[in-house]
Design a protein around this ligand. Structure first.
Ligand code: SF4
Ligand code: SF4
Length: 110
């Protein structure tokens, strides 16, 4: 069974993804600094989530079809915090015209 997130990607194209500059690889963290833009001295943002239409520069594929995160192992903390099926997930899915997460999971079980 393929995880529903791999045919979604809506959250990666809905929100600003802000995190501490200390998560950047050039500051000792893991997030590739070339994929981030500076917000201020302590915060940066995933490139592509700083303007509309929002789409994180690390996202590959087509939303609602087949997607991937090009830096999955090195993604910043907000990407770890958003959980499939939570409020942010459902809001993002609705914004992209996708059915609720519970339905997407159910579709794969039946
Ligand atoms: S919006 Fe929800 S289902 Fe879609 S990729 Fe994000 S966490 Fe996964
Ligand atoms: S870093 Fe990966 S998981 Fe995080 S918003 Fe970008 S594509 Fe999505």
């Amino acid at each position: 069974m393929t995880h529903p997130c791999l045919s979604c990607g809506a959250c990666c194209a809905s929100y600003r993804v802000d995190f501490s500059v200390y998560e950047l690889d050039d500051a000792g963290g893991k997030v590739p600094s070339g994929l981030a833009v500076e917000v201020n001295g302590s915060t940066c943002r995933m490139r592509g989530t700083d303007h509309v239409p929002i789409r994180c520069a690390a996202l590959t594929g087509q939303i609602g079809q087949r997607v991937g995160c090009g830096i999955y192992e090195w993604r910043p903390s907000p990407c770890h915090e958003l959980e499939p099926g939570d409020y942010g997930c459902e809001k993002a899915r609705a914004r992209h015209g996708l059915p609720p997460y519970a339905e997407a999971v159910g579709d794969r079980i039946v």
